[in-house]
Write a new protein. Sequence first.
Length: 285
Amino acid sequence: MNKIIEKQELIDRLIDLAFAEDIGDGDHSTLSAIPETAQGKSKLLIKEEGILAGVEVAKSIFNRFDPSMKVEVLIPDGAAVKPGDIAMIVEGKVHSLLQTERLMLNVMQRMSGIATLTHKYAEALKGTSTKVLDTRKTTPGMRILEKEAVKIGGGVNHRMGLYDMIMLKDNHVDFAGGIPQAISGAQAYCKAKGKDLKIEIEVRNLDEVKQVLAHGGVNRIMLDNFSPALTRQAVELINGVYETESSGGITFETLLDYANCGVDFISVGALTHSVKGLDMSFKAC
């Protein structure tokens, strides 16, 4: 359970599980209607404006199901697309085209939706020193893909999971007995385990900011549910000694209010937890 699984292994596991849940003991619609030897082509047709994401994952899906499928990519990940664009053409057995269609579309629609929304936030932050971050509020099993979509859209990944950064949230602080205890415990743990992990701590008010500054030993301070006015005061207190992150209920409408306070990062759970997929279809050609 403690093994860090490599990126491609995670993607391959997800693909295998998705095919297992979708195909079961066979795609009986295709098996009954289409000769096994039939060959064909399908095109990925874009039906909505946005940022395309998931092309490379789609190639993995096709290859894992049937390595003989040929994929011609016409539009790469990260490109702006519009209705009528054809992103790729795939050629191979019709059985393979039909059985991979839904998984490929599910992945690409969701990743493109995330990339599109992230791009909107990243564009709004241009001209400031603030970057938009994702969170761990992701679809179980799809985190690696959703966070890749955030990067494609111009955002920045926060930690991938619980293993690659120490993030002391309010519950950690309360259970530890306070901010000094939580930070000291994290530092001692890293030393004992020989781990070089960045430490971030969440604060709830200016008094807790002052406690962190007095103790030291962190890399980033998260200002949780601060108003813009309090955020500005906190950033002035921290004065560049540590990275700063605003979090908690920040919307697109309030994004610049926080960025203009000078925070380094703004984390937005909505990038992955409540996004609309980009409309597209996979049609015979």
